[in-house]
Design a protein around this ligand. Structure first.
Ligand code: NAD
Ligand code: ZN
Length: 399
């Protein structure tokens, strides 16, 4: 046929394909460090993960969340002095400010500014990008670092409870596009993640609380005793007890890391994403509320909803569902929102399926620490679960 190439002309009886398949594996090392005051020059942690100068260009370009810079005005000087104190290393320009919060992932210009800085400072693949911030800033800077030169070394210093307990640990990054959460992004293993608990002191109460919903989530999936620890310390956690938070952040981070290195599917090639328990509705609630609802707040509601649905469909004991909802409330989360009544909420299921590819895979619970994967969600019973959750949290609305 005129104008068509040989590729499209086949009649199905062409020469057989010659397979030349070769399997290969690449080993990754995920370095996770817990410390305090990481930017004090006497603290060796960052120096150690930057690696020997011979294996690096010695240049470090640092990005920090605007919220962190405002709370820690001395940060730029500290970063500069620290890097200069490491033999063979120097800062690649001065510390760059990235607007904090979801706006950083919603505005394409932020990604562009970060990649431009990487370009303009002559950062190469043997240089390091250091990012300090909440999950949103880690996501956008991580995406830029993973795609500039097809991958520049990244050291993350998460600065919120949610980023320290979850977002900063993983091997994912991304930005929102076309109204869809995390539509663009990559899987990339960071060079290191440094959890500096000192950063948490300046969080407001909402962001202090946000990481706790992800900790409850991972405890429900993997560790009943951890759930009990959160349950018995809920009051202290809500009242900003630092040692209680240190323990929870640490265990949650360890469980997330363990999952990535032992689950056999770190880059989520199968359709399942067990760590996203409660997230099909959480992502939709964030979007439906124009990101008025924080990720951690939406996850608390999403987890509660799927817990109640698990009970309503006979998988989970009603007493366990009540217990989990009570813990989330004791931590200070509000589990009702007008957006739960939005008919578009259930579109989150199809969007979640599409993001993963393949057939729908939703994690529910059979018990605390006992997840189960299902491939169908009954919309009518989900609507009942929304109502039931409303009834369970009724008392808290009037107090
Ligand atoms: N990549 C992943 O695997 C992954 C996993 C979970 C969540 N996430 C993403 O993480 C984001 C949520 O992250 P988050 O909860 O950290 O919120 P966030 O990044 O939106 O930050 C919340 C607010 O805290 C401020 N802030 C950060 N650190 C501070 C500090 N130490 N002191 C004072 N203010 C500070 C920020 O400026 C911002 O205003 C969402 O976009 C979510 O999708 C990503
Ligand atoms: Zn999450």
């Amino acid at each position: 046929m005129a104008g068509r190439s040989d590729f499209t002309r086949g009649n199905g009886h062409g020469p057989p394909a010659v397979p030349v398949d070769a399997a290969f594996t690449v080993e990754h090392l995920h370095r996770l460090r817990f410390t305090r005051h990481a930017l004090d020059p006497s603290n060796p942690v960052l120096r150690e993960v930057l690696g020997p100068a011979e294996t690096s260009s010695g240049r470090v370009l640092c990005f920090a969340d605007g919220g962190v810079i405002d709370a820690w005005p001395e940060l730029a000087d500290q970063v500069e002095q620290y890097i200069r104190s490491v033999p063979g290393f120097e800062p690649a320009g001065s510390l760059r400010r990235v607007p904090g919060g979801e706006a950083a992932k919603n505005d394409w210009r932020v990604f562009e500014q970060v990649t431009r800085a990487i370009h303009d400072e002559g950062v190469c693949r043997h240089s390091t990008v250091l990012v300090i911030g909440g999950g949103a800033v880690l996501d956008v800077v991580g995406f830029a670092a993973a795609t500039a030169h097809r991958g520049v070394r990244l050291v993350r210093m998460p600065s919120t409870t949610l980023a320290q307990a979850d977002a900063g640990i993983g091997v994912k990054n991304g930005v929102n596009a076309f109204g869809t959460k995390n539509f663009l992004g990559t899987f990339a293993v960071p060079r290191a993640v440094i959890i500096d608990e000192a950063f948490l002191a300046t969080l407001d109460d909402r962001d202090w609380r946000c990481g706790l919903s992800e900790a409850v989530k991972v405890a429900l999936l993997k560790d009943e005793r951890f759930f009990e620890t959160i349950e018995t310390t809920a009051g202290r956690l809500r009242d900003r007890d630092r040692s209680a938070m240190r323990r929870v952040v640490r265990r949650s981070a360890e469980l997330h890391l363990q999952h990535i290195v032992t689950c056999g599917d770190p880059f989520e090639l199968s359709g399942a994403r067990p760590l996203d328990f409660g997230h099909w509705s959480a992502h939709k609630l964030e979007q439906l509320t124009g990101f008025r609802m924080r990720h951690g707040e939406a996850v608390a509601i999403g987890v509660a909803l799927d817990v109640v649905y698990s009970a309503m469909t006979g998988r989970l004991a009603g007493s366990d569902a009540a217990r989990i909802v009570a813990v989330l409330q004791d931590l200070g989360f509000t589990l009702h929102d007008a957006a739960l009544g939005d008919s578009a909420l259930f579109d989150g299921l199809e969007e979640f399926r599409e993001h993963l590819g393949g057939r729908l895979a939703i994690t529910l619970l059979e018990g605390i620490g006992r997840p189960v994967e299902v491939h169908e969600m009954d919309h009518r019973r989900l609507a009942d679960a929304v109502e039931q959750l409303g009834r369970m949290t009724q008392g808290s609305r009037t107090t």
